[in-house]
Design a protein around this ligand. Structure first.
Ligand code: ATP
Ligand code: MG
Length: 390
């Protein structure tokens, strides 16, 4: 008998030709996540089985695989030769905690096993009732389900605990995008959500040093490190926005300051995408949250780029975004009080319904191409390694 972890992945997306590719990617991502651990990973009939790890590291390993996109659940299980006596024996070792009701659910991929699934359920149910006399059977709403899987490798797997993972698609299966990462609550969540759909990410952060502090940048590095637990390694492009902001402040209508800033951020982002082979821009904008996040504002910012702009939290309330931030562990960092470059020279009344014509008129007082070029040429690159200090 040995302890193993059964890993459950989303079946739906695994139909047809893609199945093999997706699985290969998923297994590679799990192996990468567990780099440094000793383990073995096998696929059998719609399940992954992680085995031969050090038992005392099981909790650490579970915590890590929970963050691998594409997995739905991890089940700590016992593996043993599939004989009826073994199953009878092993169920007696199960921990039922505070549970009062249970049911047995068996799956029999190996039809050579003498009993039918139904027969096995009833028989093992009886064995459990004899030993744990406070338990009752409840077929419809049990506190705990005792699962028995009998696989064609001649092994039985027994488990009664299912730990949820993140779901989604394997990282890398949807290509690569560039996340506009501020120090706020929304953009780290946006990065997490797109990675959950299989997108690998690089990130860009704009700072206005010395108007913004060194701590503000440190905070962004910390956020990048936190999402890298899920999103994998991140190449972070740090761009100085100081001169651009000064130029806009000097030459443009204050009402249009944020609009022009956003358009220049987008242009820089697109240039970085071209240079680094990235296929989409990702932002943490949410419709109507602030003046710069109206439909008209997004039209005016989208107008300067040809790549798709993904805004995964567009339709989310702040509360909903905060809930995700808390769950993935970025919230506490995001609420640290350092200023963002967007808050420097902030106009009192930013335009709510900007137009492309007015934006272009304002930009005619700037040398936009040169500013973009210079900002990109002076970028600082920081590599964030998943799970490591930067
Ligand atoms: P967040 O919580 O992500 O900061 P926000 O609600 O504060 O968002 P804005 O400050 O208007 O909204 O920014 C909207 C989006 O623009 C951000 O989600 C982010 O994707 C991008 N962005 C804003 N400031 C920066 C910055 N300094 N560097 C990189 N991206 C930025
Ligand atoms: Mg912000």
């Amino acid at each position: 008998m040995k302890k193993v972890l059964l890993l459950k992945f989303g079946e739906l997306f695994l139909k047809g030709k893609n199945r093999h590719e997706f699985l290969k990617m998923l297994m590679k991502n799990i192996s990468k996540k567990l780099a440094g651990y000793q383990f073995r990973l096998d696929e059998t009939q719609g399940r992954l089985i992680l085995s031969q790890y050090e038992e005392e590291l099981e909790d650490d390993i579970i915590e890590k695989v929970q963050k691998v996109f594409g997995l739905i659940a991890v089940m700590p299980a016992l593996e043993f030769d599939a004989t009826l006596e073994n199953i009878e024996q092993r169920v007696l070792d199960l921990d039922f905690g505070d549970s009062k009701t249970f049911k047995v659910e068996s799956k029999r991929a190996d039809k050579r096993f003498a009993m039918t699934s139904m027969g096995l359920n009833a028989h093992i149910g009886g064995v459990i009732l004899d030993k744990f006399d406070w338990l009752k059977v409840d077929l419809y709403n049990p506190d705990v389900v005792v699962n028995i899987e009998i696989r064609v490798n001649g092994k039985a797997y027994l488990y009664n605990k299912l730990i949820e993972c993140c779901g989604g698609l394997p990282l890398g299966s949807a290509g690569k995008g560039l996340l506009l990462l501020s120090g706020g609550i929304d953009s780290p969540v946006a990065g997490y959500m797109m990675s959950k759909r299989g997108l690998e990410i690089e990130a860009v952060h704009f700072h206005s040093y010395p108007y913004t502090s060194v701590q503000a940048k440190e905070k962004v590095l910390q956020l990048a490190k936190e999402i890298s637990e899920y999103c994998g390694d991140i190449k972070l492009h740090v761009i100085s926005f100081t001169e651009i902001q000064e130029e806009i402040h000097k030459n443009c209508d204050p009402e249009y300051m944020i609009t022009i800033m956003r358009r220049i951020m987008m242009r820089i982002a697109e240039k970085l995408c071209k240079q680094n082979n990235l296929g989409a821009i990702i932002t943490g904008e949410s419709l109507g949250q602030v003046a710069s996040q109206t439909m008209q504002s997004m039209t005016v910012t989208n107008a300067v780029v040809s790549l798709p702009v993904f805004r995964p939290v567009l339709a989310f309330d702040k509360e909903e975004i905060m809930d995700i931030a808390k769950r993935i562990g970025t919230y506490e960092t995001s609420i640290l009080p350092y200023e963002d470059c967007c808050t420097v020279f902030l106009p009192k009344n930013p335009v709510i319904r900007p137009t492309i014509a007015r934006a272009e008129y304002n930009e005619s007082f700037l040398n936009v191409d040169a500013l973009v070029e210079q900002a990109v040429n002076n970028e600082e690159i920081i590599y964030i390694r998943s799970g490591k200090d930067y």
